[in-house]
Design a protein. Structure first.
Length: 235
């Protein structure tokens, strides 16, 4: 199933400027990854900018233990909570993430406004990254991709529009059938399609994104997104 658009109507719909920018940044960085792959430099790049839980947890333990210099390492490596969400490990991962970002994100940006949506996007990415660190603090494999953020967007969308319908294309061999599915269905389908995210993988030595850790962070993302929208409604 490929989501295309929703049936939420606004009398005035803002242009999703942040969505455009985020899609552009993700595509530009992915093209850069492809260039680095050709020169066998991609592994160092992903390890430098991807989220490696063991690096942050080890540095944090040293800092708390009295090594003041370790705080510098913590601050430097903590930037990967942001940078890691803009990298992707396969063609299928970036394609799936950007389709969901476009379909569900543009409606959220419309109701939140561009600045608040950008804040939501970045905070959701940081929080789901922290969940990944807490879930597997000794993990030495880089975690990359916007999967956690997209799940937060899904959680916020379904919480705000539980009865929304999503225009969908159902590929059936060489035939593409248009159907409408409830937005809540994509909470299920999002996790199912993660299985295919290894298709078109880039050649990254050591690999990236253990599936079990990613699922845990994304489940947390659902609650983060729903909580964010709930707070906005209350205040």
């Amino acid at each position: 199933m490929i989501p295309i658009s929703d049936n939420i109507f606004f009398f005035t719909r803002r242009k999703p400027i942040i969505i455009y920018c985020l899609i552009g940044i993700n595509i530009a960085l992915f093209l850069w990854e492809l260039k680095l792959e050709l020169g066998d430099e991609l592994g160092n790049f992903v390890n430098s900018l991807g989220l490696v839980p063991a690096q942050i947890s080890t540095a944090s333990a040293n800092a708390v233990g009295g090594n003041s210099a370790a705080w510098i390492v913590v601050l430097m490596r903590s930037t990967s909570l942001l940078t890691g969400m803009f990298l992707h490990g396969s063609f299928s991962q970036i394609l799936g993430n950007l389709i969901f970002l476009w379909v569900f994100g543009k409606t959220l940006e419309n109701i939140l406004g561009s600045r608040r949506f950008l804040l939501f996007y970045l905070v959701a990415g940081i929080l789901t990254g922290l969940v990944q660190i807490l879930a597997e603090p000794s993990l030495t494999v880089p975690l990359i991709g916007a999967n956690g953020v997209i799940t937060a967007i899904l959680g916020a969308y379904v919480f705000k529009f539980p009865k929304a319908k999503i225009d969908t294309i159902l590929p059936l061999l060489i035939i593409f059938i248009p159907v409408q599915l409830p937005a809540s269905f994509y909470l299920f389908w999002w996790f199912v399609q993660q299985i295919s995210y290894g298709i078109g993988s880039l050649n990254i030595p050591g690999g990236v994104n253990p599936l079990s850790i990613g699922y845990l962070a994304q489940i947390a993302g659902l609650f983060i997104g729903a909580a964010f929208i709930n707070l906005l409604q209350r205040f």
